[in-house]
Design a protein around this ligand. Sequence first.
Ligand SMILES: [Zn+2]
Length: 576
Amino acid sequence: MKHLLKFLLVLMLCLPNLAAQQAKQKIALLLYNGKVFTADAHFTTAEAVAVDGERIVAVGTSSELRGKYQAAKEIDLQGKLVTPGFNDAHVHFLRGALSLLNVVLTDTKSLAEAQSKIAEKVKTTKAGEWINGRGWDHTIWKQNFPTRKDLDQIAPNNPVFLVRVDGHVGWANSAALKLAKIDRNTKNPEGGEIERDANGEATGILKETAQGLVAGLIAQPNQAQMQKGLELALDMARRYGITSVQDNSGYETTKLYRDFLRADKLTVRVSEWQDFEDSVERLKAQRAEFEGFKDDKNRLKLTALKGYVDGTLGSRTAAMLAPFSDDAGNSGIPRRSQEELTKMIVERSNADFQIALHAIGDGANRMALNGFAEANKTKFPCNLAGTTPTVKKVSGYDACVENRRNRIEHAQVISPSDFKRFEELGVIASMQPSHAISDKRWAGERLGEYRVLGAYAWHLMQSYRVHVPFGTDFPVESINPYITLYAAVSRQDAEGIPVGGWQPQEKLTIQEAIRCHTFESAYAEFAENVKGEIKAGMLADLVVHSKDLLTIELKEILTTETVYTIFNGKIIYEKK
Ligand SMILES: [Zn+2]
């Protein structure tokens, strides 16, 4: 009897526990005791996220989720911040990947620092072999253009060719000039200049098309180099919590990505862009061929057609409505007439493609908007008053005129009356905050005191309810998302200049900036239903950060690091 009582007592004590254990749902991963910034429209935060398979299954408090789920792996975040994985809305991923195989001079602070990086490469390169690289910026070094002599000292036995950060100027050593047969008698090619010293000798600086004289001698990368470069770029993306990229590499590159995807090595989701310049027939044929592959479209897909309306502000080739303030008579160069551009846009829209046009100057932006307005008129009657909305597939996704989601890439200088048109036409302004803090050194002089108010104006753009996804234009800028966030909220360079921020009215809050680099980017690629927020049912792409971005001092954002990157439900990076 006594034994029986004792047994019953034990049973009573254990039963509720057993029941709870049995009721717990088994999942793969539980993050708890953190600060989960969901990046939804209300900037909601939570404490815990439950993940199973490739999806998020629940978001809530730690006690709630720990009571409900039993995870194969649990991570106590100890208060750390979690956000959705970053989605870089504008990269040149393959070009950037290949640049990682070469000398990277981005962020070098002096000629001496650049020389020591090149000297390192010389040590591991056989005599006679090419040394290539990119990313130098003499304005940061606070000097005139460097010369071949600066390279001859450190690389006497290798031809060297290094492209400036903007891609418009090359720097060669004497060995490279000799191979290219450039001497005092060589004429400048059309659209380019071989810079010469007082004695008429080439200095080693080759501007615009003159770069081709040397660049044309360098062998195209082979398959093995492309694979190696892509591995390095993917490793970098993992370390920065980047889980999606929208890519300028072109249709052919999807073959390389597909190989990586099938080997389960593609640790970012790729939205690849086709070339706007290609014929409609060719674009359709590519789309049809791509549709034939049955790989996961959430991990590799085609979205927009990428085209160019003008050049750059730095090289004064951006198409402006009025001349540059520091160059009277020069209003830049549109690539083609309005008529021709509009015709191409309309043709491609009629074939149901999303279009993404590079436009920097206020003139180029207006031309793109005019073209998109025409495309909206001839198709998708849902924007006309009194008609029933018609939903159609654009680039394979359901769309109507309000969300056909044509994009302007950069949208750098906008005339005051054109902000509203972005909203009216449903055009996305795909912007790169790091460009603003790089360009601020000279943008004011180029644009003058009034036009500069409409430059890099992401806050004004958002106040018109325009969708503003963030990207980096890697490798033009670093792919580091913490620099993007810092630039968006501070409008200052890494040194904190200018105090208070350049055109500070355009600052965003950190919450807004994170949403631009996650949700808004997803929207721009028709994917906001599967990623860009932390919500049950979404793909589990998450980043855990070393610091609380929401509360730290602005400068601290730059030294924040990714602690975990979770992609498609799996931990793909953990900071050691
Ligand atoms: Zn670009």
